[in-house]
Design a protein around this ligand. Sequence first.
Ligand code: ZN
Length: 324
Amino acid sequence: MTDPTGGDQTSGLVLALDIGGTKLTGALVGPDGSPGPRRTTATPAAGPGGGDEVFAALRTVLDGLLADADGAPLLGVGIGSAGPVDTVTGTVSPVNIPAWRGFPLVARVAAHVPDVPVTLAVDGICFAVGEHWRGAGRDTRSMLGMVVSTGVGGGLILDGRLHTGHTGNAGHVGHSIVDFDGPECTCGSRGCVEVLASGPNLVRWARGQGWRPDGSPATGRELAADATAGDPLALAAFDRSGRAVAAAITSVAATCELDRVVIGGGLAKTGPLLLDPVRAALARYARLPFLSTVRVEVSALGDDAGLIGAAALITRPDRYPTTL
Ligand SMILES: [Zn+2]
């Protein structure tokens, strides 16, 4: 008889965390992946040496959720964190949280929430896992999840299982190179998809081309509004971003034989502004028969994808194993 839950846990709650440079969010997630009560606080702007200050903020999120759980059985704590992470040591060094460098996040959370498993993955991987478990990548065999936002990250599901690499950073597609003579990237390399396709880099490129020379507000929001209104420079910026994303997708698909790509993050929320150029460029780049069948979809879970993916690390370690 087929297991109607597909192997999922059927009772208990997961405490899922999504740790970013702007905010620290947590939720209690049911065994079927449905997010329940959540708590959020701003990430303290602490500098080097301020690790305890940031953890104290996270502790308020943990304590709030433990109170919300009201004694219900806890299956574990799944953590999605901005990267890089090291899942061998359970430490994190998020680029945009300078107070945490080699911070022993797993040990600190485990000390605060004892007697349950605590696991960790980089946020792009949690996005990919969430979409594969309960979102736009359900039932696919090999999937790339790609987050296009302030940066570009991602995660890989290969042959139905999460592929993390030995320190938990595999699938970080943002630093695959799509223009080997391209502009310098913050990682020290050149022509990474992130330096061509991320929101801030899109705005920077458009400004360099003469978009909004009067000095009026020029963020990603204005760029999207101008592109929707037909501004040719704003449209060109989204086209450039879309081509970079499509080039990265083609390279990963050629290496891994993907059947699905799910794109999320702030830029994906613009829908066709990003997706139309991605799909048009993919039709030109992905020519071999096994590449031309790759489908690109927008995130079905939106801002919840990372939390749901972090929960799946606890509920489905058979499909989504980490090295912790
Ligand atoms: Zn890079």
